[in-house]
Write a protein that binds this ligand. Structure first.
Ligand code: NAI
Length: 337
């Protein structure tokens, strides 16, 4: 396939990505956008052969129907729940992602949230900022060796979180459809989801967003948790029912909340406040509380991870041009529905 004739469209680029891809793919017919897919007039890019998107781009049927020649959609992310895979399958459009640009980057951010919440870093910061440098017995913390952390989803990222926590001395419970012997050998104890909910002082979420994991954390599952549990989510916003978590936090059932991902995150990240619902309002209120830390979907955001995403994206496009099915297969999404 001749690269010059291929139209490649990138959306949701950062400035650094833009200069990288414009150099690396100068032989292609390129269209590079910092805007998201929903802000672009699709008629300008309807002739794209390859579309590369990011997590905030909703690649739904309605949008996809406007494209005439699309043969590859590549998301520069691990998760691909924002792409209508059924439509792509129907139309023979390949879908690729970057499965392992750096699970450690995401795991380390989850760990940062867990430790900051456990040690009341935000609360102490609020106190010292107000010239209050005394201690406060209500903020007495627990050592990691004295608590139980429940890891939900022990794939690349959750598995790394479990290992880190084990090395740091925590008692680690895990739940996954496919337990890993390697983790069990390290002393990570696989249990049922119910046991994770009932026994954990900290729960950290690392499952993909699928119909099965939609609102996995709900009023019902929260009712099984320990009072004062700390909840951390670096997976996808939809894994948590925001309203249930909001109410549980206000009642003190959840005592610490670390969210790198949240429902309606594109609304807040892109400041599209006109599209905000009560979910965004609940998040904004939660974000005023001391033991809530909300970060804007940046768990992946390290130099190494960003470089790897760019490198792997080039690999996929090159493989597509060269018809290298082995490489394309390695980056293909798993279509489970
Ligand atoms: P992975 O595919 O390696 O691991 C996912 C694990 O979840 C697998 O072990 C799988 O068996 C398990 N799982 C799937 N459905 C389940 C269910 N219904 N119940 C129990 N376990 C289930 O994926 P990886 O790399 O660990 O990423 C996990 C998620 O993290 C991604 O899908 C993505 O949504 C999110 N992510 C977030 C980032 C951020 O910046 N906040 C960056 C990268 C990924």
């Amino acid at each position: 396939m001749e690269s010059k004739r291929l139209k490649v469209v990138f959306t949701s680029l950062e400035r650094g990505d833009r200069s990288f891809f414009s150099k690396a793919l100068r032989d292609f017919n390129l269209a590079l956008f910092e805007e998201g897919l929903s802000d672009i007039d699709i008629s300008r890019i309807a002739d794209a052969d390859i579309l590369s998107v990011f997590v905030f781009d909703k690649v739904d049927r309605k949008t996809l129907e406007k494209f005439k020649n699309l043969r590859l959609i590549h998301t520069r992310s691990v998760g691909y729940d924002h792409i209508d895979l059924d439509y792509c399958k129907e139309k023979g459009i390949k879908v690729t992602h970057v499965p392992a640009y750096s699970p450690y980057a995401v795991a380390q951010h989850a760990l940062a949230l867990i430790l900051a919440l456990l040690r009341h870093v935000e609360r102490f910061k609020a106190r010292t900022r107000n010239f209050e440098f005394s201690r406060d017995e209500t903020l007495l913390a627990n050592n990691l060796e004295d608590i139980t952390v429940g890891v939900v989803g022990t794939g690349r990222i959750g598995g790394s979180v479990a290992k880190y926590l084990k090395v740091l001395g925590a008692n680690v419970l895990a739940y996954d459809l496919y337990p890993k012997k390697e983790l069990a050998d390290l002393g990570v104890e696989y249990v049922s989801l119910e046991d994770i909910l009932r026994k954990s002082d900290v729960i950290t979420l690392h499952v993909p967003y699928t119909p099965q994991t939609h609102h996995l954390i709900s009023e019902e599952t929260i009712s099984l948790m320990k009072k004062g549990v700390i909840l951390v989510n670096t997976s996808r916003g939809g894994v948590i029912d925001t309203k249930a978590v909001y109410e549980a936090f206000l009642k003190g059932k959840i005592s610490g909340l670390g969210l790198d991902v949240f429902e309606e995150e594109e609304v807040l990240i892109r400041k599209e406040y006109g599209k905000a619902s009560s979910i965004s309002l609940m998040l904004l209120e939660l974000n005023t509380k001391d033991n809530v830390i909300i970060t804007p979907h940046v768990a992946f955001y390290t130099r190494r991870a960003v470089e790897n995403i760019r490198r792997d994206t080039l690999k996929v496009i090159k493989a597509f041009v060269e018809g290298d099915e082995d490489v394309l297969k390695a980056f293909s999404v798993k279509h489970t529905t």
